[in-house]
Design a protein around this ligand. Structure first.
Ligand code: SOE
Length: 405
């Protein structure tokens, strides 16, 4: 018998930004981590034959397919990695799970609660057969946020009073940035809310160990029409000011206040009422590039994180010398989550590493026959919060309960 770990043959759907991030994760994971299974980049799928062949070559995939259904049919694929827009998630994920393939699905899980519920039912049925599904809330695997979770679980903050969460970007500020799929509700489900708000909702619920039970929200679309076509640069770019325009059908920005469930799941031992939260997600925060921020205030301590300073976690302990202020924990040391597998002390990590850690955790869970986190059920809870935010905003910010809370 060979001593080599058995392969986990991956087929990925989509090869744009998230596809590239996932590709580097599958490539890199076995080079820095000792894994119980060896990921093999078997095939990438996309509709355009020339572009998908070019992507396979560039990103390191062994073959290319022009229909995602081929990934499901192929016997040499064990896991389907979904990196295509939200309107495709349900059909691909359910078909893959029913065919006995594990699934990694980009966030948000779906474009509606109904879709997410059907996906979760399929994932639950598959899990009973040892086939697992996970949603790609990659920021959970940023070392500083993993450390934040550890501190809250250890009770270092005490009962939580406040959760302050923001995700601020500015790539859509140009009024003539072209109309892309991310601005089309039928493809993306929502705008800033689902794309980046979902990340902070997931992070806040996961780190606090508490679910959001109700919200009062505002959504805004600052630029209602945008050029159809143009020069794409990164996520945005420039379209002509004079040419044809199309309607933006999603929010540009979302803000909401929230209540949490009071710590039914909290190891920190929250009191009868959970913390109150404020959330903000926008693509119009000029100067803020990827400011995914979280601040928690507990009865004993506070912590603060900003992805633009992602190798640091700020910690204020009320037991310290009075008014000592927040101290910076440099989350680059071997004792911190994930970091010991990379560079010698103090060198720090980047955006892409969380995707590698996500692949590592998924491979380890599959090899152990255990449900990876976040599960589709966890992602469904996020979807329910997104839907409550939209319902509240559509009804003059009326207080709206999250379904199931
Ligand atoms: C665009 O806003 C985006 O690429 C998100 O889709 C990702 O999930 C986030 O990690 C970075 O920003």
């Amino acid at each position: 018998m060979s001593g080599l770990p058995r392969p986990l043959r991956v087929g990925m759907v989509g090869y744009a930004f998230m596809g590239a991030a996932h590709s580097q994760a599958w490539r890199t994971a076995p080079r820095f981590f000792d894994l119980p299974m060896a990921p093999a980049m078997a095939a990438v799928a996309g509709r355009d034959p020339a572009r998908v062949a070019e992507a396979a070559e560039k990103l390191g995939w062994q073959s290319a397919e022009t229909d995602w259904r081929r990934l499901i049919e192929r016997d040499d694929i064990d896991l389907v990695d979904i990196c295509s827009p939200g309107d495709t998630h349900e059909e691909i994920a359910i078909a893959a799970l029913e065919a006995g393939k594990h699934v990694l699905c980009e966030k948000p899980l779906a474009n509606s609660v109904a879709e997410a519920e059907r996906m979760t039912a399929a994932a639950d049925a598959a899990a009973s057969r040892g086939v697992f599904a996970m949603c790609g809330f990659s920021y959970r695997r940023t070392p500083a946020l993993s450390l934040a979770k550890r501190l809250v679980d250890e009770g270092a903050l005490g009962p939580l009073r406040h959760v302050r969460a923001q995700y601020l970007q500015d790539w859509l500020t140009d009024e003539n940035a072209p109309l892309t799929w991310r601005l089309d509700k039928s493809k993306s489900g929502s705008g800033s809310l689902g794309d980046i708000g979902a990340h902070v909702i997931d992070a806040a619920q996961w780190i606090s160990g508490q679910n959001i039970t109700g919200v009062s929200a505002l959504l805004e679309t600052f630029v209602k029409e945008r050029p159809v076509g143009g020069d794409f640069v990164g996520l945005g770019g420039h379209g002509g000011a004079e040419g044809p325009k199309g309607a933006v059908t999603v929010d540009d920005a979302a803000v909401f206040s929230a209540r949490f469930d009071g710590g039914a799941r909290s190891a920190g031992g929250a009191g009868p009422s959970g913390p109150i939260g404020v959330f903000e997600a926008t693509r119009f925060a000029l100067g803020r590039k990827n400011a995914m921020r979280l601040e928690l205030n507990g009865s004993k301590a506070s912590l603060a994180f900003d992805f633009e300073d992602m190798n640091s976690l700020w910690f204020y302990d009320a037991a310290d010398e009075p008014n000592a202020g927040f101290r910076k924990i440099q989350v680059t040391e071997p004792e911190h989550p994930y970091t010991g597998h990379w560079w010698p002390v103090g060198h720090g990590l980047g955006y892409e590493h969380a995707f590698t850690h996500q692949a590592v955790d998924l491979i380890e869970a599959i090899a152990a026959g255990k449900q990876p986190a976040p599960s589709f059920a966890d992602a469904l809870q996020v979807q329910r919060v997104l839907e409550a935010v939209e319902a509240s905003a559509a009804d003059e910010s009326r207080w709206t309960k999250v379904e199931g809370a």
